[in-house]
Design a protein around this ligand. Structure first.
Ligand SMILES: [Zn+2]
Length: 870
């Protein structure tokens, strides 16, 4: 068998060599000349067509709408950057594209092959040092996809320009997969299917051309004659945005950009600062980390190179779109310009300018030459804001950007499902190719919605409420503009101030409430109106100024001196105010991330203490909601919204606290860097125990979270259409509370977390898995082991026991977690032994006997009997 395989391999190698020599004999260009004999006359294409002159001249047939592209001979083989953005989308959890979303840009080349023009996608990631002879083999085992083959229809005799029909390039998905592949985790019918692309209906909706870019917008139409409707489809207003489910359409703007050739100097990426990057692997490097990634940044050049601070030759100009509500414009302008404070540290004055798009402007916001702050109001907004940019994949130079802002961010109309059910993030993949900045920004407006509901519930005065809105908008704009400057999220930045200082407005205004506007911090609300300081940051923080200094300060000419200069800037990373951690590190999802400081919706260097304040605040708000949010003559919808965001925020605080259990703090300083900690430091045992205690007190204990009867009986949604069909409208408070508890158990019993608890015990973690189980058993069972059990605790105890049973099975999902399995089994036995029904009310007795029955049945199948009382 082995011999045969070897022989087969030899045969293949021989065949391959033959193929190669066959190819070498014929040159495509010789053949091309021959093939050009039977082309159409150019006039046949240029007559009766509308012409758009630009980078690639476009000719659209006036009768059929068919589109031709003219390629000059000198444009063959040249790098063309292909940028795609969603001009208009359809609702449905991101999958069907959302307006403003960018795809990762790619580098394309046109190549002539006989009578065709091939469209090839270049791979810009695997690069070689050209001085090394091995660079001649620079495409070894790297795929450079041929995306399309376009027939040459005509050739201009004088200029040698080719005319190709590009209907087959743009009116289908040859340039990029547009319809998502089936998700194996999704059941059929769970999501409305997109159907088949209809070539007859798919069409060009706008054509623009400029000297350096050619711009084509296409409306893609998908037909699905008998769509399977997802369960409960039609019971939410957003479903009505589809009009007719059999025909779904979205629009994509394709821009072909001439790759810039200028004196832009790429700057290397570093793990200690978070920039979006052009990924590069240096194949000829002998480094252990042969990473040649370049950060994404604008091409800023000092007007006066000798001045310490100078204006740039070309500033970054932002346009406020003419759709922007008038009352927001001043704040948007001021917040955008606030980034100039950061650029001063990098040696630039007025690096950013802001203008307002005139109402009669002839250009639209999709035009690449304008960076526009845009406003929309969508039926199902997936973000409060979005700040994508186009980086040249070869150098990282940012070529353009837009910011999408959703009106919902400024309104308090978000409902529970809108806020908490959106995907936590969109994973960028080769398949969909979304820009990483497309990560959902829902948590930002979640904070905003909670903030305004809480202020209303606390009876804050109008001035405070409007200050909150203004600070929120200021922060939102700073955050999105930060993305377009190249910056990632920084979710550790909210650790900046000690807990006792977060409400000290004077101090936070001077030092920053957080260290970076690139965080999703909790809205900083004090339970006491007299101590209310800043709600949000209104200026770039210490980390932001440092990151901009690294990215934008002018390079030295000598490369060694320049490397030393960058090293010196980076050496400051051990300053706690300059810490960094992004979406790949944060702990919002159970099992993801390891450093509890890198978390969303938290605040202060003592996030556990801050969460404790939020629990107290939450309880206080739930009690005052009916009094504050009910208005004479109106329905109770505002009360429902307020209660939902208050409970959602309570759950989010619980998750923050839970992450400290099993947490490991990360330091990415380089070896020997001054002020550095060990790369991995387990959270001190006292802190882990404190987190468990607070979870016990505010999440697990009897009456940990009290939802007052006065509130529950008023939680009535406003009836509409048949939206209650198949559902019941009464408040499900037991489910709401259990969901908060479950979200904490999801972390504490997560196999990845338990594995880390075990591993980290090898380098300093003193809170063992045995401690964790023992404390959890106490928190969930001790208080009522011998007394009556309330209905919330009954739910919690059943949930916990069911999870333990599942984990204790030898066939459990992660059987390597032997210690976790054994401890789960041990805990079940302990719980069984602990329970006593003596003197309990009938409901508590029934509950405990049931718990004992399922434990015994699980540990000893078929022999549990009914002898469960103790
Ligand atoms: Zn963001």
């Amino acid at each position: 068998m082995a011999k045969l395989t070897y022989a087969a391999r030899l045969l293949c190698a021989a065949a391959f060599l033959l193929l190669l020599s066959a190819c070498a004999k014929k040159s495509p260009s010789d053949e091309a000349t021959k093939a050009e004999g039977d082309l159409k006359p150019v006039a046949e294409i240029t007559n009766k067509t509308k012409q758009f002159a630009g980078l690639f001249d476009l000719y659209q047939n006036e009768k059929s709408g068919s589109l031709y592209l003219k390629i000059l001979p000198e444009q063959l083989g040249k790098d063309i950057i292909h940028h795609m953005q969603v001009s208009n989308g359809i609702p449905g959890n991101n999958i069907y594209h959302t307006m403003g979303m960018y795809f990762e840009p790619r580098v394309l080349r046109f190549e002539q092959y006989f009578d065709k023009i091939h469209v090839r996608q270049e791979n810009t990631i695997f690069v070689h040092d050209e001085a090394n002879p091995v660079s001649r083999a620079n495409h070894a085992n790297v795929n450079r996809p041929l995306l399309a083959a376009l027939k040459i229809e005509a050739k201009d005799k004088d200029s040698g320009a080719f005319f190709v029909n590009v209907d087959s390039l743009f009116l289908n998905d040859s340039l990029r997969q547009l319809k998502p592949s089936p998700n194996p985790e999704e059941k059929p019918g769970e999501r409305l299917a997109l159907g088949k692309l209809n070539a007859e209906k798919t069409r060009f909706t706008s054509l623009h051309n400029y000297p350096k870019n050619t711009d084509v917008v296409v409306e893609y139409v998908y037909d699905n004659p008998e769509p399977v409707l997802p369960k409960e489809f039609g019971s939410d207003i957003k479903d009505y945005a589809l009009g007719d489910e059999r025909s779904l359409a979205f629009s994509i703007r394709h821009i072909l950009i001439e790759a810039p050739e200028n004196d832009f100097t790429p700057r290397r990426d570093d793990p200690r600062i978070g920039y979006f990057t052009a990924l590069r692997q240096v194949m000829t490097s002998d480094s252990a980390a042969p990473y040649g990634d370049f950060i994404n940044r604008w091409h800023l050049v000092k007007k006066n190179p000798l001045a310490e601070v100078s204006e740039p030759v070309e500033p970054i100009v932002w346009w406020i779109e003419n759709t922007t509500p008038l009352e927001y414009r001043d704040t948007i302008r001021d917040a955008t310009l606030a980034w100039n404070q950061a650029f001063e540290q990098a040696g630039f004055k007025n690096a950013i300018q802001v203008k307002v798009q005139p109402d009669d402007a002839e250009w639209d916001a999709g035009d690449l030459q304008y960076n526009v702050l845009r406003w929309t109001a969508s039926p199902q907004p997936l973000f409060g804001g979005l700040g994508p940019s186009i980086g040249d994949p070869r150098t990282g130079q940012i070529l353009g950007a837009d910011i999408m802002l959703e009106l919902v961010a400024m309104q308090n109309r978000s409902r529970m499902e809108d806020i908490y059910d959106v995907p936590a993030s969109i994973t960028p993949s080769a398949n969909t190719g979304f820009h990483p900045a497309a990560q959902s920004h829902a948590p930002i407006y979640m904070g905003g919605a909670f903030g305004s509901a809480a202020l209303n519930a606390m009876g804050a005065d109008t001035a405070t409420v409007s200050r909150f809105s203004e600070e929120f908008l200021y922060f939102l704009i700073l955050h999105e503009v930060g993305h377009t400057l190249g910056l990632n999220h920084n979710f550790i930045a909210s650790q900046h101030q000690p807990l006792e200082s977060v409400f000290d407005g004077e101090r936070t205004r001077a030092q920053g409430l957080t260290a970076s506007v690139m965080d999703y911090p909790a809205a900083n609300l004090s339970a006491d109106a007299d101590t209310q300081g800043q709600f949000y940051d209104v200026a770039p923080g210490a980390y932001d100024r440092w990151a901009i200094e690294y990215g934008y300060s002018t390079a030295l000419v000598d490369s060694e001196e320049e490397e030393q200069r960058l090293t010196n800037i980076l050496a400051r990373s051990t300053d706690p105010a300059l810490a960094f951690g992004n979406d790949a590190d944060d702990m919002r999802r159970p099992g993801a991330g390891i450093d509890p400081r890198i978390m969303i919706n938290d605040m202060s260097g003592d996030a556990i203490g801050y969460a404790r304040n939020q629990f107290e605040l939450g309880q206080k708000i739930l009690a005052t909601l009916p009094e504050r949010l009910l208005t004479q003559g109106e329905s109770r919808q505002e009360l429902v919204n307020g209660a939902n965001v208050a409970l959602g925020n309570y759950g989010s605080a619980a998750q923050t606290v839970s992450r400290y259990i099993g947490g490991v703090m990360v330091d990415r300083a380089m070896v020997g860097q001054e002020g550095a900690n060990d790369p991995f430091r387990p959270v001190p045992v006292a802190e882990q125990k404190r987190a468990m205690k607070i979870l016990e007190e505010y999440v697990f204990a009897p009456e940990a979270l009290v939802v007052p009867a006065e509130l529950i009986k008023q939680l009535q949604q406003q009836r509409r259409w048949f939206f209650f069909y198949g559902k019941t409208e009464d408040p499900k408070v037991h489910d709401l509370v259990l969901n908060i508890q479950k979200s904490v158990l999801d972390h504490l019993l997560n196999p990845v977390v338990l594995k880390r608890v075990q591993d980290s015990s090898l380098y300093g973690n003193e809170y063992s898995m045995t401690d964790l189980y023992a404390d959890l058993n106490l928190a969930i069972f001790a208080a009522d082991a011998t007394g009556n059990v309330d209905t919330f605790r009954q739910n919690l105890q059943r949930e916990y026991v069911n999870r333990l049973i599942k984990m204790s099975k030898p066939s459990a999902e992660d059987a390597r977690q032997q210690q976790a399995q054994a401890l789960a089994r041990y805990s079940l036995k302990q719980i069984d032994r602990q329970l006593s029904t003596n003197g309990n009310d009938p409901a508590s007795r029934a509950h405990k006997e049931y718990i004992q029955f399922v434990i015994r049945e699980a540990l000893n199948p078929g022999n549990a009997g009914d002898n469960t009382s103790a």
